[in-house]
Design a protein around this ligand. Structure first.
Ligand code: NAD
Ligand code: UDP
Length: 321
């Protein structure tokens, strides 16, 4: 049994990760300031004896005695991380420094949830880890993108300077149950809109592409990455290479929900990347990992989750802490 800290453990991915680690028989510490996460995501875990929730903002130092640290603390939705860009930079940089210092004190392995956003608006398609990205440091997304890029630099600096046992996973768009209905990301937006009969909001022409990974696959990838030998640091892409346009996604969700919602076209947010698709050869060879859940099955599970949530009282209200 390991003692494992999940920073950002009450968020969408963090809650699934905590659950999986507990199932594996570990002692799990979930640190979260509930900025975008909700206690409801972890309420079923709270009674478990080996689950410990610490309400804490990791931009301040944290002291827990652990063997492994997963750093997931950071809002992932563009809507949320752009509300307070300065805080987004602080959570990425100051938060990562605090987690790295904790790892140094404990000689703990540490994994960073980085992002496909480090590739910016890519000119190379699909994106492999060797591609350095095309990023405008002053664009609307740069608080998050440059934050994640700086965190990767911090991880490799601590690795080279202090020999820390680091792992960096670059996560591509991931979806599934426990996304917040007001999260603002495309799959939660489209499903909630379709189930309520509201207009489906396609930004731009809908010809931009993304590649969506189901949450169970992603969590399995993170755990496998953490378990690799010390010489494997990453960065390693974790995502599903199945690429579709946002218009195709909207049509797919309409047909799976049987909804008669209308498609409406709204302006494309500034600096929205045109395409995203991971090369996952490294994850295949080093982690023996690849996604197993296809988009159809993953969307069906996610739709069932949101149907139940909306039945309980209309969405965000029922999730309040
Ligand atoms: P999320 O917003 O649901 O979860 C983030 C969690 O971090 C929330 O619980 C939030 O309250 C917590 N948090 C934020 N600031 C904090 C702070 N200062 N101290 C402590 N906790 C704090 O997002 P998610 O989708 O679960 O993403 C988790 C991680 O994975 C993020 O680092 C994100 O950048 C990364 N990621 C996610 C995706 C994706 O598609 N879900 C893609 C790429 C990268
Ligand atoms: N998007 C959309 N309608 C929405 C929400 C998002 O068309 O209601 C688009 C968005 O402009 C982007 C894509 O869907 O092109 C994915 O958006 P998301 O915020 O989920 O992730 P990211 O842009 O960070 O990959």
């Amino acid at each position: 049994m390991s003692r494992i800290l999940v920073a950002g453990g009450a968020g969408f991915l963090g809650a699934h990760l905590c659950e999986k680690l507990l199932e594996g028989g570990h002692d799990v510490f979930c640190a979260d300031n509930l900025q975008t996460g909700v206690k409801c995501n972890i309420k079923h875990l709270l009674p478990q004896p080996y689950f410990n929730f610490i309400q804490h903002d990791i931009t301040s130092a944290l002291d827990v005695d652990v063997d492994e640290i997963y750093n997931l603390a950071c809002p992932a939705s563009p809507v949320h991380y752009q509300v307070d860009p300065v805080q987004t930079l602080k959570i990425n940089i100051n938060g990562a420094i605090n987690m790295l210092d904790l790892s140094k004190r404990n000689n703990a392995k540490i994994l960073q949830a980085s992002s496909s956003e480090v590739y910016g608006d890519p000119e190379v398609h699909p994106q492999s880890e060797q591609y350095c990205g095309k990023v405008d440091p002053v664009c609307m997304r740069s608080c998050y993108i440059e934050g994640k890029r700086c965190v990767e630099t911090l991880f490799f600096s601590y690795f080279r300077q202090y020999g820390l046992k680091i792992k960096v996973g670059r996560i591509f768009n991931t979806y599934g149950p426990r996304m917040h209905p007001d999260d603002g990301r495309v799959i939660s937006n489209f499903i909630v809109q379709a189930l309520k009969g509201d207009d489906i909001t396609i930004y731009g022409t809908g010809q931009q592409t993304r590649s969506f990974c189901y949450v169970d696959d992603l969590v399995e990838g993170l755990i496998r990455l953490m378990r690799t030998p010390v010489n494997i640091t990453g960065p390693i892409n974790l995502g599903n290479p199945y690429e579709i346009t946002i218009s195709q996604l909207a049509q797919h969700i309409l047909s799976l929900t049987g909804s008669s919602s209308r498609l409406v076209y709204l302006p494309l947010p500034r600096d929205d990347p045109r395409q995203r698709k991971p090369v996952i050869d490294r994850a295949r060879s080093l982690l023996n990992w690849e996604p197993k859940v296809n988009l159809d099955d993953g969307l069906k599970k996610t739709i069932i989750y949101f149907e139940k949530l909306l039945c309980k009282g209309g969405g965000s209200g029922v999730l309040n802490n």
